[in-house]
Ligand binder design. Structure first.
Ligand SMILES: Nc1ncnc2c1ncn2[C@@H]1O[C@H](COP(=O)(O)OP(=O)(O)OP(=O)(O)O)[C@@H](O)[C@H]1O
Ligand SMILES: [Mg+2]
Length: 247
């Protein structure tokens, strides 16, 4: 089933066309990776999908609803989760407390939590489930400020997952990571439930080819090619502009 679809999506900043007639499609459970040179318009495209940037023209459909003009909060409510580029963690709280706040925000009960033991228990259960999912269960009591860079990014994924999305958007989740941290992120994403679709921007080709069911190549705001990894690897145009070793 098609979960997300863009139709002739265009975005301009003045004379600069950063998204040009993009037709993108993501199915339920698909692992879809967007690649392309710096400045190709990858982040701008994702910001349009989350409602952070308003397209100039074209449409975005999520679960067959037109979300082109929907606010970021409502897009999130509808099932599009994302991690943020900027650090949105609470550094002085523990790992588990950071996740629990996100779980509480999703499940409600801010005011009633103290009255309902049952609800509190279910918040903690969900919190530990999410920490298992991102391989941080053994670090649940640590202060966030004591986590490594890679662990903080794992935690950000747990927080995004707390919103129970059907589609998770990740903008360069491994940027700045060591090889070992990158391997952990690859494992984490491959172990996510196969009901969850992931749309990820990524530069590291090891990550791209380890995870992608589909790769879309953006070049000057346009889709240069889209298809299974083998198809993209063998595409002469893609090799020329991107995979040829220039980046
Ligand atoms: N708010 C803005 N106003 C004007 N120009 C912008 C704005 N945001 C992005 N751009 C420009 O749009 C183009 C695409 O930027 P974008 O960040 O989407 O590229 P990218 O593919 O994500 O690049 P990178 O790989 O470096 O992250 C760039 O030329 C950038 O300078
Ligand atoms: Mg970017």
């Amino acid at each position: 089933m098609t979960l997300l679809k863009t139709e002739n999506l265009c975005k301009s900043f003045g004379n600069l066309e950063v998204t040009r007639n993009v037709n993108l499609s993501v199915s339920s459970g698909e692992r879809h990776v967007i690649i392309g040179p710096n400045g190709a318009g990858k982040t701008s495209l994702v910001h349009q999908l989350t409602g952070q940037l308003r397209p100039t023209s074209g449409r975005i459909l999520f679960k067959e609803c037109d979300i082109t003009k929907v606010s970021p909060e409502d897009v999130c409510q509808m099932g599009v989760g994302r991690t943020f580029q900027k650090n949105t963690l609470f550094p002085t709280l523990s790992v588990a407390e950071n996740v629990r706040l996100a779980v509480q925000a999703k499940q409600g009960g801010w005011y009633h939590a103290f009255r309902s033991i049952k609800k509190m228990t279910s918040h903690w259960e969900r919190t530990y489930q999410l920490l298992e999912q991102v391989q941080l269960a053994d670090n649940s009591d640590r202060r966030v400020s004591s986590l490594s860079y890679g662990e903080q990014r794992q935690l950000e994924v747990a927080i995004a997952l707390a919103a129970e999305p059907d589609l998770l958007l990740l903008d360069e989740p491994t940027s700045g990571m060591s090889p070992a941290e990158t391997d952990r992120m690859i494992e984490l994403v491959s172990n996510l439930p196969n009901t969850l679709a992931v749309l990820m921007i990524e530069h590291d080709m090891k990550v791209v080819f380890s995870l992608a069911d589909t790769i879309t190549v953006l070049y000057y705001g346009e889709v240069l090619a889209s298809g299974p990894p083998a198809h993209i690897k063998g595409n002469d145009k893609v090799r020329e502009v991107y995979l040829g070793g220039k980046h």
